[in-house]
Design a protein around this ligand. Structure first.
Ligand SMILES: [Zn+2]
Length: 328
């Protein structure tokens, strides 16, 4: 009986790899390296394979055993993708088009391999071992450069008819709103992703709002990031706080939609933006309460992720376990 499953989380910025105990537990042999997608897809697959080999060597060195103790590999990748064929259809961040990632990784590492969307993996990891480990209905939201989502119902990721379900960042939140990277207008992501929080703050300053933000970046407004906005909010800056409250209200409207549609027990939010803490979660809960059905709101906890650095790796391993053994 195998003891380990390898989890691989491929992001636009970093690749994270670790071995997850098959019965569940913290990943070991954990390592992170830059993705460096500009060096090409062969480079990225080679880097994944090298990281997997190192993680296995470190884990077997510390815990004993052989490669036969590893059941296989779960890979989380930005999508959209086709799980049946293991092909990533298109990822602007990595520059991949119709890229047979699963087969290439499997050939390179010599283990059976399963593939799923990275945000689905993060939600699944939080459901298996994180903030949602005691619930049956969970929605995970990843706030970062983009906004990802994953829906878990009764221990299963909801994939939809063509593996495209859970694209929470691209729900329309404003009918004629801001242009989104996906080509649509008014998506949640066009307001509440890190770069768009910064862009909205910048636009207000250019329109004449006074804020300590201008000093924090020495007048170079293009240097404003979401982190600078909440830094300023924590310092008590009124304008930055307004931007955070507006962000929370828009996100709250999106979450109220999710609560009314799925009636989940937990919404688990992960990503850098959650470091804003109660500057975000306070007004967020208020807005959700205002908008969602009361019985649905009362049944749902809105939580920061419990595994902000490892949910993707753990969830990718869980994807492999589910596909191979039937349950997690
Ligand atoms: Zn969009």
């Amino acid at each position: 009986m195998a003891r380990w499953i390898i989890g691989v989380d491929i992001g636009g910025t970093n690749i994270v790899v670790g071995l997850v105990p098959i019965e569940g537990g913290a990943p070991v042999g954990l390592r992170t390296l830059a993705t460096e997608a500009v060096r090409g897809s062969d480079f990225v697959v080679g880097r994944v394979a090298a990281m997997v080999d190192e993680a296995i060597a470190e884990t077997l060195g510390a815990h004993g055993g052989t490669r036969a103790d590893v059941a296989g590999v779960g890979v989380g990748s930005p999508g959209p993708l086709n799980r049946a064929t293991g092909v990533v259809i298109n990822t602007p961040n990595l520059g991949w088009k119709n890229f047979p990632l699963r087969q290439l990784v499997s050939d390179a590492v010599g283990f059976p391999t399963q593939l799923d969307n990275d945000a689905n993996c993060a939600a699944y990891g939080e459901w298996w071992l994180g903030a949602g480990r005691d619930v049956d209905y969970l929605v995970g939201i990843t706030l970062g450069t983009g906004i990802g989502g994953g829906i878990v119902i009764n221990g299963e990721i909801v994939h939809g008819a063509s593996d495209a379900a859970g694209e929470i960042g691209h729900m329309t939140i404003e009918f004629t709103g801001r242009r989104c990277n996906c080509g649509n207008y008014g998506c949640l992501e066009a307001y509440c992703s890190g770069p768009n929080i910064a862009a909205r703050a910048r636009e207000g300053l250019e329109a004449g709002y006074e804020s300590v933000l201008t000093q924090l970046v020495d007048g170079q407004l293009e240097r404003i990031t979401a982190a600078t906005v909440y830094e300023a909010a924590v310092l008590g800056d009124r304008y930055a706080n307004e931007v955070m409250v507006e962000t929370a209200k828009i996100l709250g409207a999106g979450i109220a939609n999710l609560i009314n549609i799925f009636n989940p027990q937990a919404i688990v939010i992960t990503g850098g933006v959650t470091r804003a803490g109660e500057h975000l979660f306070g007004p967020l809960r208020t807005e959700v309460r205002r908008r969602a059905f009361r019985s649905a709101y009362d049944a749902c906890r809105i939580l920061p992720a419990a595994l902000p650095d490892t949910a993707g790796v753990i969830g990718a391993a869980a994807v492999f376990k589910k596909a191979t053994f039937g349950s997690v």
